[in-house]
Design a protein. Sequence first.
Length: 131
Amino acid sequence: LLNSDAAGNYQLIIQLLNKKNANDFKNGYLIFYAKLHPDAALLNFDVMIHGNQLSTGGSNCGSFLQSDPVSVSASILDTNSFKEVKIPLVDFTNRYMQDIDLVFGLKGLNTTPNTNLLMISSVKWVSRLED
């Protein structure tokens, strides 16, 4: 469950304990399932993967390297069921595919403070889509 802080900002980072080479996925996809929380007043959110942009993290997260974010409209989601979000990895600019540790991240600003926003499930990278 992703929540906003007292300033209305939010961030979720999923990192690997051991860095991996992800070149096999360079033309693949990031796929995850998301559901809006009924209290959320969210228009869009940013998604990122490992890259060359230094982020200082936050109070519970140290610094990490991220790609430029891809903005996703929250209008594709609803509050009743999880919906698939599929982003081609080539859409992420300033990404790195070697020695990655940031698998997935979400962040945003200026939403309702101290509010439940999104539920995330089944984050994965695939090298190609199944037919």
